[in-house]
Design a protein around this ligand. Structure first.
Ligand SMILES: C[S@@+](CC[C@H](N)C(=O)[O-])C[C@H]1O[C@@H](n2cnc3c(N)ncnc32)[C@H](O)[C@@H]1O
Length: 237
């Protein structure tokens, strides 16, 4: 599988931009929350030569990520952990940058996740976030079913409420924008490839069914103005 095996809209250019804004270098230590196949950590370690710890609850993703790191001889620079992020212990003030791409904060809890991020980051440390947000006034039943699946009671943030949440948790926004259409398309092309390969997570019948529905819906381009993918880089105050 390619090095671009991201599991959310966005991808390498967004990750590296965040790394540049955070001023990463060989001495930097990053923490990748809900890392999926480890694409963000791998890209940052390749580009900046930093050290990374990357956690995901899905074992098959971590196995694939470890294998990529091993093949590229990056396994001494990236420690991959299979498990629930909320159950892992890390020392306070020990990371220069926290990566929370692909809705990571929504999975671990946005408010509690930001509080923990603030504790784990060093002074002036950075957080990169990408997450699904509400753009319109409300979500139609169909959009809810497709993009929130089993978590239909979950409330999405808006750009405004996400900004407020960051501020309340002691972060100053350095950059914020929407992920553009082409990076959504890139994401679905990658998901199609994973579905074709049928490995691990992507061999599950329910996963395949819901992702196929999402792809079909996306390419019909109906109601997509209700949602957006927000990319943010913020600094610990
Ligand atoms: C949409 S994917 C994004 C993966 C990756 N950050 C990316 O952008 O390619 C969300 C990931 O969150 C992981 N996840 C969900 N809950 C988690 C938790 N409590 N701890 C660690 N990982 C979790 C899933 O296994 C999945 O890989």
């Amino acid at each position: 599988m390619s090095n671009e095996n991201y599991l959310a809209p966005g991808g390498k250019e967004y990750t590296l931009t965040a790394g540049q804004l955070a001023g990463l270098n060989k001495k930097s230590k990053i923490l990748d929350v809900a890392c999926g196949h480890g694409a963000a950590s791998l890209n940052l370690v390749r580009k900046f030569g930093c050290q990374a710890v990357a956690v995901d609850i899905e074992e098959s993703f971590i196995r694939a990520a470890r294998e990529t790191a091993r093949q590229e001889k990056l396994d001494r620079q990236i420690k991959f952990i299979a498990g629930d992020f909320n159950k892992q212990k890390f020392a306070a003030n020990s990371f220069d940058m926290l990566i929370a791409e692909g809705g990571a904060l929504t999975y671990i809890g946005r408010d509690s996740g930001l509080k923990r991020a603030h504790k784990l980051l060093k002074k002036n440390g950075y957080i990169e976030i990408s997450d699904l947000i509400l753009r319109g006034k409300r979500l139609s039943r169909e959009v809810k079913a497709i993009f929130l699946g089993g978590a239909q009671n979950l409330d999405l943030e808006t750009e405004e409420s996400y900004r407020t949440l960051l501020k309340l948790n002691g972060f100053e926004i350095v950059f914020c924008s929407y992920v553009t259409q082409q990076y959504w398309e890139k994401y679905y092309e990658n998901i199609k490839q994973n579905l074709k390969n049928r490995k691990g997570f992507f061999s599950d019948k329910n996963v395949r069914e819901s992702l196929n529905k999402e792809i079909k819906f996306f390419y019909k381009r109906r109601d997509l103005e209700q949602i957006g993918y927000l990319f943010m880089v913020a600094r610990k105050r």
